[in-house]
Design a protein around this ligand. Structure first.
Ligand code: SF4
Length: 222
């Protein structure tokens, strides 16, 4: 492991000693203290708790939303609503391809609509903050709070990595935060419209994303 990787691992281990909320606040403060305006938040706007935490730490922090142009209208309206209410410093990225070029389900769709726009949005920054949680997928089970994103060459901060779904629900309730409107009609994990479906009670939340495809990641968190 590189020297920077070792330092990050040590700092991450120290954050792990804190409770979920304290660790998240400390991780965000750590990122801002170390990287100032060179830190950017990438948000799906399902992670409203994360946006609330970062905006309270620094109101001017840049928040990036990746508009794949396949989102539900409700998602776009929700993003705009929070931008206005919280006066977010929001950047919305768009793919550089037409809708019928690499359509949903094609091999490069996530790459051209998410991975490449994210790479441009964080290019030149020294750290990015994500809403990744260990409970999201088995592939994320070992995600550190702080780590080195070797593919992109910057620090990756996952403030709510250790949070459970109950931690998220508690934070949302305690702070009276809004929920994505589709949450009220059975959607749990909400991504692009063609690859997201509502789930029934008792169903694994992951069955609501990329149903039947076996896919669990879009390439942002590799
Ligand atoms: S989730 Fe589906 S529609 Fe969205 S970028 Fe990936 S493949 Fe395309």
């Amino acid at each position: 492991m590189s020297e920077i990787g070792q330092d990050l691992a040590q700092a991450s281990r120290e954050l792990e000693q804190l409770g979920p909320l304290d660790a998240a606040v400390a991780a965000i403060d750590w990122a801002i203290d170390n990287y100032d305006d060179d830190v950017v938040v990438a948000s799906s706007f399902q992670d409203v708790a994360l946006i609330d935490l970062v905006r309270k730490a620094r109101a001017s922090i840049e928040v990036v939303f990746l508009d794949t142009e396949y989102h539900f209208p409700e998602t776009l309206a929700f993003v705009e609503r929070l931008r206005k209410v919280w006066d977010l410093n929001l950047t919305v990225t768009h793919p550089e391809v037409a809708l019928d070029e690499f359509p949903c389900g094609s091999a490069r769709c996530c790459e051209v609509r998410k991975v490449e726009p994210l790479a441009k949005a964080i290019n030149g920054r020294r750290a990015w903050i994500t809403g990744l949680k260990r409970v999201d997928t088995p592939e994320r089970a070992d995600a550190p709070i702080l780590g080195w994103d070797a593919n992109r060459g910057l620090v990756k901060v996952n403030p709510i990595a250790t949070w459970t779904d109950e931690d998220v629900d508690r934070y949302l309730a305690d702070h009276d935060l809004p929920l994505h409107p589709l949450t009220y009609v059975g959607y749990v994990s909400i991504g692009c419209a063609p690859t997201t479906q509502p789930i029934s009670e008792g169903q694994d939340p992951r069955e609501g994303r990329w149903p039947g495809s076996g896919k669990t990641e879009c390439g942002l968190h590799v």
